[in-house]
Design a protein around this ligand. Structure first.
Ligand code: ADP
Ligand code: 5GP
Length: 189
């Protein structure tokens, strides 16, 4: 069977990545989300196995030792996130296309491993100030968590030129249409 392909989305937190991925999955069949593992605590309505596999730091370290991750990063201080080999490889082998929502360094590692089998899409906010406002409005994070995320944004934005495609998420419906076009072209050249 033909192997599936990987679409990687990265962006500073609050850029609208989850919103755009959700839209994409409602429009394209055979697109499956790879559930990552993390050592951070669940937030809001998040469910184990649906949003993340929530692991203790010890469990996470054990998985690293077992080589269970394609890639993993300490995205925020003491907060680890990793893409599970078991999730991704099974889906690709079954011919399913896989969406990853991972940080910028993880994205570049996936590209190194998968080459043309992976498309890297960077979602850019109109400005860092807009990002802060969106995170405040989303209302899921404490002020210090928001400050932490916003302070990382400039660093993350510096990785954008290394991505295959950059989409600015200013007007949502424009960004949705562009995302759909970019991904459709990649999956059905
Ligand atoms: P991320 O997954 O990148 O952290 P989200 O998808 O959760 O970001 O979006 C952050 C917040 O901004 C959410 O409350 C979302 O509804 C809102 N949002 C997303 N895109 C836009 C947009 N184009 N204009 C205004 N608000 C947006
Ligand atoms: P959040 O805590 O908001 O869910 O995610 C924080 C950051 O971790 C986001 O940039 C998200 O893309 C990234 N992330 C989520 N899962 C993974 C993963 O498996 N690997 C890497 N490298 N980053 C991840």
């Amino acid at each position: 069977m033909k192997q599936g392909r990987i679409i990687v989305f990265s962006a500073p937190s609050g850029s609208g990545k989850s919103t755009l991925i959700q839209y994409l999955r409602s429009k394209i069949d055979n697109l499956h989300f790879s559930v990552s593992a993390t050592s951070r605590a669940p937030r809001g309505e998040e469910q184990n196995g649906r949003d993340y596999y929530f692991l203790t730091p010890e469990e996470f370290r054990k998985k690293i030792a077992e080589d269970a991750f394609i890639e993993y990063e300490e995205v925020y201080h003491d907060k680890f996130y990793g893409t599970l080999r078991s999730e991704v490889q099974r889906q690709l082998n079954e011919g399913q296309n896989v969406v990853l929502d991972i940080d910028v360094k993880g994205a570049l590692n996936v590209k190194r491993l998968y080459g043309q089998q992976a498309l890297l899409v960077f979602i850019k906010p109109p400005s860092i100030e807009t990002l802060r406002l969106r995170l405040e409005k989303r209302g899921t994070d404490a002020p210090e968590v928001i400050a932490d995320r916003v302070s990382k944004a400039a660093f993350e934005l510096s990785f954008a030129p290394q991505f295959d495609r950059i989409i600015v998420n200013d007007d949502l419906s424009t960004a949705q249409a562009e995302t759909l076009q970019v991904v459709s072209e990649y999956l059905n050249p």
